[in-house]
Design a protein around this ligand. Structure first.
Ligand code: FNR
Length: 198
């Protein structure tokens, strides 16, 4: 009888700050989460939202030209990693149309690149609620596409003062909470990846 040895390896985690704005709070929060994930042993791949640009979804264009490059790039990144961290702005109490459009295009790839991936959702907002309503909306398509979205989420309120100039969190208790959350997510993602034996 032979047994298959599973060699331990780091969790591979893709990190996306889902805003095109140059000084985006979400991009800065994503950068902090990426640093934390690396300290918890993850192999981190960050991607710029500007590198995932896609046109408005048009199923005629899908039939003639296929899935556009930005969505294929996102799909490849998801396929090559075990999990993803997305920091996404809340627009009008919901998920940003730009991000939803990217997810919609990416959902046309088979098999779905989201399936079986662990996901952690963060948001940063200038408002008091921190963007959590946008994250509840973002969970829906991601879970519909087979991602295991981590139950806990991290909304950052008043981002303009909560983030320091060097992209850290000014409040040490809040920083500790994010660090614990990212650490738990990395551990779970690694365990799932080893179980899948990939
Ligand atoms: C916003 N903003 C916002 N903020 C919030 O907490 N709840 C909301 O519903 C909205 N709605 C909204 C709609 C639109 C169209 C814009 C442009 C902005 C404010 C938003 O959180 C703020 O602009 C953040 O700075 C955006 O994130 P980035 O680009 O800094 O990452």
């Amino acid at each position: 009888m032979s047994t298959t040895m599973v060699s331990p390896r780091p969790a591979r985690v893709a990190v996306l700050g889902a805003s095109l704005r140059k000084q985006s709070f979400n991009v800065r929060l994503a950068a902090l989460a990426a640093r934390m994930a690396a300290t918890h042993g993850a192999e981190v791949r960050t991607v710029g939202f500007g590198d995932l640009t896609v046109p408005p979804l048009d199923t005629d264009a899908l039939e003639t030209d296929g899935v556009p490059e930005g969505a294929r790039r996102f799909g490849d990144l998801l396929t090559e990693t075990d999990g993803f961290i997305i920091a996404a702005p809340e627009y009008n109490y919901s998920v940003s149309g730009v991000l939803k459009n990217l997810i919609d295009w990416t959902s046309r790839i088979r098999p779905w690149p989201f399936t079986g991936r662990n996901g952690l959702l963060l948001s940063a907002s200038t408002g008091a609620v921190g963007g959590v309503r946008g994250l509840w909306a973002l969970r829906v398509p991601l879970e519909g596409l087979g991602a295991h979205v981590y139950p806990d989420m991290f909304p950052l309120a008043y981002a303009e003062t909560a983030l320091t100039a060097d992209d850290d969190l000014a409040d040490s208790a809040l920083r500790e909470r994010l660090d614990r959350l990212v650490g738990a997510f990395v551990d779970l993602t690694r365990t799932h990846a080893l179980r899948r034996n990939v």
